[in-house]
Design a protein around this ligand. Structure first.
Ligand code: NAD
Ligand code: MG
Length: 383
């Protein structure tokens, strides 16, 4: 039996994780659950899974949950509680599925405690890739990607890295691949969050439409697979059936295919190196739409260009880009700025912030905070 700490239990990845756990309750036990503010949904989950710990980051929500649970589940609050349940000696696997920079500290704690980290929170690597990968190696942690592209590459690379030429991330291109720029100006948050292939949280849905998500994933791939930016390629594939590919010197290309459903990725992270039923229907190649592949247009998808530039620049550029994006997306979701303002704000923040090279986690966190403040100042021109 493996004990799982599920961080971000009330989110999209959290729900899919629980549905895989439901299929294999003889193999996996929910040890701890976390959520930010949604205590009502956490109450339902607590009643069903009876975890040892339930963490509500928000203090008032923790109090409400604590008053409502009837069994002896320990309800904790605050970000330190996330770190605690991630590193707890009784947990085996940590699903890091909190959205944004808020997920970094607990994921890093899981790494330092030598856990199997099932990493959905790509922002951890964007902010602290070097520190994170060093901790994974030093504390003998196991890092399994929970991102469809990176899981695909991870699976393809099981055949080895000898003669590896490049990896290629597929991108759906989001819901507005062919929408005219003039129409994009007035796109609403709800339109953005209606992704054609994947059902995801609101922040990553916006990132998917701007292709910042692919930009973050390029950086994620760089750290996960220790590969230089020149060997990372992006191809638009609107059907989301081919999840990513690796290319070898001998002309061979390996790809991983499947229906677009994160339960495949999650179950693989939970069962690796074995495979278990995920609840996802088998792919029927005779019954899928024609598979198309295009070069991404870097002028249209400025965020993807900015991410490659930030990766090449190194230092604090990736932290700044991520912070600016999180703030801009939040403002877009709150109807305070337009969709097309997001890349402009990220670009402007990157040119405003001084280039530095953070060497410690404290410096990373500080840069993240300063970049957020800088973005908030810049956004005032757009509201
Ligand atoms: P979501 O918005 O659906 O859920 C986010 C979860 O994080 C919720 O449980 C919420 O309570 C918690 N949370 C939010 N803010 C928090 C904070 N400040 N502190 C602590 N907890 C907080 O998001 P999601 O779509 O499940 O995505 C989660 C992560 O997985 C993201 O990093 C995303 O990039 C990554 N990811 C998601 C998908 C997908 O299909 N949804 C695919 C690949 C990667
Ligand atoms: Mg992805």
């Amino acid at each position: 039996m493996k004990n799982i700490t599920l961080l971000g239990a009330t989110g999209s990845i959290g729900k899919s994780t629980l549905s895989v756990v439901d299929l294999h309750s003889d193999q996996f036990n929910i040890f701890a659950l976390s959520s930010n503010t949604n205590w009502q949904q956490m109450l339902e989950l607590c009643n069903k899974y009876q975890p040892n710990y339930a963490v509500m980051v928000d203090e008032q929500s923790a109090e409400k949950l604590s008053n409502a649970v009837i069994t002896d589940i320990q309800v904790l609050s605050g970000t330190q509680a996330l770190d605690k349940v991630a590193a707890h000696q009784d947990t085996d696997f940590v699903m890091a599925a909190i959205v944004g920079a808020a997920g970094m500290s607990s994921a890093l704690c899981a790494a330092k405690a030598g856990k199997r980290i099932m990493l959905a929170n790509k922002e951890s690597l964007v902010l602290s890739g070097d520190i994170f990968m060093k901790a994974v190696a030093e504390f003998n942690a196991e890092l399994i990607p929970v991102d469809s592209e990176h899981s695909a590459i991870f699976q393809c690379l099981q055949s080895g890295r000898s003669g590896l030429n490049k990896i290629q991330l597929t991108a759906s291109g989001g819901p507005f691949l062919n929408t005219s720029i003039s129409k994009l100006k007035s796109i609403t948050p709800d339109q953005v969050c209606a992704h054609p292939n994947w059902s995801m949280g609101r922040k990553i849905s916006v990132d998917s439409a701007t292709m910042m998500n692919k930009g973050l994933e390029v950086i994620e791939a760089h750290y996960l697979f220790s590969i230089v930016p020149e060997q990372i390629d992006v191809v638009i594939h609107p059907q989301s059936i081919v999840h990513s590919s690796v290319y070898y010197k001998d002309g061979s290309t390996l790809s991983q295919l499947g229906n677009p459903d994160m339960r495949t990725v999650i179950s693989y992270a939970m069962s690796y190196p074995q495979r278990i039923n995920s609840g996802v229907a088998a792919l029927d190649l005779t019954n899928v739409p024609a598979l198309e592949f295009y070069q991404p247009n870097f002028e249209r998808f400025t965020c993807l260009k900015l991410a490659f530039e930030a990766l090449n620049k190194g230092g604090n550029a990736m932290i700044t880009m991520n912070a600016a994006n999180e703030i801009a997306v939040e403002h877009f979701l709150n109807h305070q700025i337009g969709f097309l303002d997001i890349p402009k704000i990220v670009d402007q923040t990157l040119s405003t912030m001084k280039h530095t090279t953070p060497n410690s986690l404290d410096e990373v966190v500080n840069n993240d905070l300063v970049a957020r403040e800088t973005t908030r100042e810049i956004i005032k021109q757009y509201e």
